[in-house]
Structures are given as C-alpha cells and as structure tokens.
Design a protein around this ligand. Structure first.
Ligand code: GDP
Length: 311
C-alpha cells in the first residue's frame, strides 16, 4: 500500500515516520510538510496528490494548539482547518485516491453530553465555548467525508485521538497543549530556580495518548478502516495535577509546583469510550505506554534537544 502522509514534521507525523520504519516495512510511505505543498491552496494540493498518486492519504496536517491558543486565535483555527481539510478531501476525490484517513479530536465533542462519549455523539450538541471555532471546523471534516461516502461511495475515515503528547511536540509556552507547555515551563523553572506554574485548578480530567502509540494504532487500523470513525486513546483518565506532578518529578522540582486557579480550566472532562477501537485492534500485540513513561521519555528528549525544538 502506497501512503501519502501530510503534516510530516508535526508531533504525529514524526511519530508515524519512526513507527512505520520500525514496525511496518510493508507500507510504502511518502511524507510531505508545508514546505512541499501548501494545503491551503487547492490547485497545489490536487497536483501534489496527483504526482504521488497514493492508495491512501493519511492527513495529519492541521492548525492545532492547546486551550489558550483555541481561545485566542479562533479565526485562524477555524479558517486554516476548514480550508485545509476541504482541499484535502477534494484532492483525494479528483485523483481517485482510494482511502483517506484524517484526524479529529475528542475535544470537539459536545460540552454537555453523557459520558463516555463515543463515535455516535460528535454532533449531538455545541462544543465547549473555549474551542468552538476549531471544533466546528474539524466537525466539518467528518460532515464532508460522510457526504462523499454517501454520494460517491468513497472510503474516507476519521480517527479521533484524545490529548496527544510526545517527542517533537510544539512546546510554545502560550499556545501548546498542557503536557508540552508544562515540560517547557518545568525546564525553565529548574534552570532558573523559579516556581513551576500550572494554569487552572489542576482538577480537570483528561485522557492522554503518547504520539508513538497513536501512530502505531493508526497504522495497524489502516487496512480495516472503511467509511469509519474511531476514537483512539489510552482509556485511563488523569487529573491535570497528576500529569503536572509527573513532569515536576522528572525535573525534580515537586516542591515548586504552584497552581494558578484564576486561569481557565477549559472543559472539566472529556472521557471517551475506546470500545470501537478495541474491537478493531488486536490488543494481544499492543500495549499502551504509561503516562509516567511517556512523560519521562518526552522530558529526556526535551532536555537533550533544547533549544533546537519548536519552542
Ligand atoms: P484540552 O485538553 O483540549 O483542553 O487542551 P490542553 O492540552 O491545553 O489542556 C488544557 C488543560 O490543562 C486545562 O485544564 C488547563 O487549565 C490545564 N493547564 C495547566 N497548565 C497549562 C498550560 O501551561 N498550558 C495549557 N495549554 N494548559 C494548561
């Protein structure tokens, strides 16, 4: 199978590069990033897909960020994701590409919903106000995939991960997701003997998935995905304060951990069911990386590579 991957230099794209090399030599993988093709440009996207002519497009490119980027850059998050996804779907269709797999996120589900969320509940209510622009743009990817599947019998699919973290993340102090933002802050706090500030109360619950685990599960599921949507995550829920404590331990700054309860907590909970994922996946051969191990590996990579990272 010839697979074209967008978003090659991102958190998940680089994980797919590592994991495909070591575990899936049978896949013929090509990776493109924004340097190779501007996915906001429909003509360029269509011609790039034509040149590579893959059996499958694994669409990982997106404009993403943590709670505070979603709150502060709504226009950019809406427009970039909507246009990019629209162009990718149209380019797959125009080039007769058999399979498309794109990424949503469990953070785009309704805010007021009965837990656990599952794949059927995506559009049962409005998303949390903090990330509504991003969430609606991403929901439209599924709407457009479903429309093509219904009308043209294409094989367009959505994978829906929870909060992803891992090596080669975006570690921007303001825009990043919670784990990479706190790893960057922890590094600076250790170096400067300062407090380690965690925004919000630390009480919200999250499911996290290590980027290499996500890459492996996506690559395992590819041959079985057919007009499907599947939530992918380690099912265990953690309080933000537990993740922050693991990070503080990795930098040996536990005593300097301080919460900033006036900052937004975002959504309190987003517990997602992995029943569908487990049905599709052979669990005998897959084991999740524990949050502690994943954080320890990510912190080590951050320390070894600082400052040559996306910071
Ligand atoms: P979410 O899971 O989609 O809401 O996005 P995040 O990865 O940004 O996680 C947000 C949660 O982590 C909220 O409860 C924040 O209050 C908490 N948090 C604590 N410190 C930070 C931080 O430095 N950056 C971010 N992004 N979130 C933080």
């Amino acid at each position: 199978m010839k697979i074209l991957v967008t978003g090659a230099t991102g958190l998940v794209g680089t994980a797919v590069q590592r994991v495909s090399k070591s575990l899936f030599p049978e896949y013929n993988m090509t990776f493109i990033s924004s340097k190779d093709c501007d996915l906001l440009d429909l003509e360029r996207t269509t011609s790039t897909f034509k040149t590579h002519s893959p059996d499958c497009v694994l669409h990982l490119a997106a404009d993403v960020g943590g709670l505070y980027k979603n709150m502060n850059q709504k226009v950019q998050m809406y427009e970039n994701n909507l246009i990019m996804n629209y162009n990718v779907i149209k380019s797959c269709y125009h080039n007769n590409i058999k399979q498309l797999v794109g990424m949503l996120s469990t953070c785009i589900f309704p805010d007021d919903i009965e837990y656990p969320i599952d794949e059927t509940k995506l559009t049962l209510g409005p998303p949390h106000a903090s990330n509504d622009a991003y969430a609606y743009a991403k929901r439209m990817f599924k709407v457009q995939c479903d429309a093509y599947n219904d009308q043209y019998n294409t094989n367009y699919n959505c994978v829906i991960p929870a909060n992803i973290y891992g090596i080669n993340d975006n570690y921007d102090l303001n825009d990043a997701h919670v784990i990479p933002a706190l790893i960057h802050k922890g590094y600076l706090a250790r170096d400067q003997g300062d407090i380690f500030e965690v925004l919000g109360t630390g009480e919200p619950l999250r499911q996290f998935i290590y980027s290499d685990d996500l890459a492996e599960i996506i690559l395992r599921l590819l041959p079985t995905l057919n007009q499907d949507s599947v939530i992918i995550t380690n099912p265990q829920e953690y309080k933000i304060k537990e993740a922050a404590t693991y990070i503080a331990e990795a930098f040996e700054i536990e005593a300097r951990l301080k919460f900033q309860p006036t900052a937004s907590d975002g959504q309190y909970r987003k517990q997602a069911s992995v029943d569908h994922m487990l049905k599709l996946l052979n669990t005998d051969i897959f084991q999740f990386t524990s949050l502690k191990d994943g954080i320890d590996r990510t912190v080590k990579h951050f320390i070894d590579n600082y400052p040559n990272l996306r910071i």
